[in-house]
Design a protein around this ligand. Sequence first.
Ligand code: SAM
Ligand code: SF4
Ligand code: SF4
Length: 336
Amino acid sequence: MMLTDQFQRPLHDLRISVTDRCNFRCPYCMPAEIFHERYEFLSRHELLSFEEIVRLTAIIVGFGAFKVRITGGEPLLRRGIHELIRQVSRIAGVEDLTMTTNAFLLPQHAESLRAAGLQRITISLDSLDEAVFQAMNGVGARVAQVMAGIAAAQAAGFQPIKINCVVQRGVNDHTLVDLARYGIEQGLIVRFIEYMDVGTMNGWRMDDVVPAQEIVSRIHEALPLEPITRNYTAETALRFRYRDGAGEIGVIASVTQPFCGACSRLRLSAKGELFTCLFANTGTDIRSLLRDGSTDEEIRGFLADLWGGREDRYSEIRHELTEPLEDKVEMYHIGG
Ligand code: SAM
Ligand code: SF4
Ligand code: SF4
């Protein structure tokens, strides 16, 4: 049975956050002042087990979701992640299984992830400038360490590999062309993401956002671009290719050109809450149903009500809000 929400949007994508922990402290996501040594992350018992994740994923796939992204926190910190990938890849109907990672631990994992059935990978890398990158990962991780992860992903046969770069004015916006060039050299699709007002802890201001149009024109000046059509309607990235045929980039304009009208994403947090929007302030607990003996049929009914009642379109109405939303969910909970 296919589900549609209040605006006739289908449920096509599921994003699964497998941990709330991370080995980075990107200030725009998990600022080190808040996520310090004594910060209490979820305990093992609070996390959904692989069995619970797989059961729920199979039910959601039964409603028409065919794209599954494994994310976090940092998904490679979840013990046994390959086993989860193996199980999810075997669910009939999962056509596209991907992961978003900061790649710090990828050299030791790339091959086994590929063997387990992971189809694609997106690696976050905000700048090739050492000082800028270190400030943006908050723990002094070096560019070479991420590059080693990219090389390992290439060697394991992931293709194409996408790179996520969150663009912040005055932080890394002077280093975008270098990253674009590196993408061309390495055959990577770099996706420049407008810095978003997710969560409440990163001190987001509109002034920190470099609009997609400006990102594109800055790159175009050095490396001429032309637009290409989206692969499918719910694709988040605006796509451009280099005029000389050197490859393509994506720009995710979630702030300045919102795409709520085609948003088909459901997000599952590491502790088993469902979020029908990246900017929701409350999740819907599904873990208790998974643990109280509810049948698949009961869970299906619950999900049908949740998606059927969905009215979210935060990015489209952001400018109409007179006050910022309070208590929005943090990115590291639901993984972007
Ligand atoms: N730790 C993994 C990583 O960084 O790739 C996966 C989780 S991370 C939350 C997923 C993606 O969200 C990353 O590419 C990250 O750069 C992006 N992200 C986090 N906070 C963001 C923000 N405020 N605005 C835009 N993108 C953000
Ligand atoms: Fe960690 Fe990814 Fe968030 Fe950076 S963006 S703090 S790597 S979860
Ligand atoms: Fe989807 Fe919410 Fe983002 Fe709109 S604001 S695109 S509904 S996640």
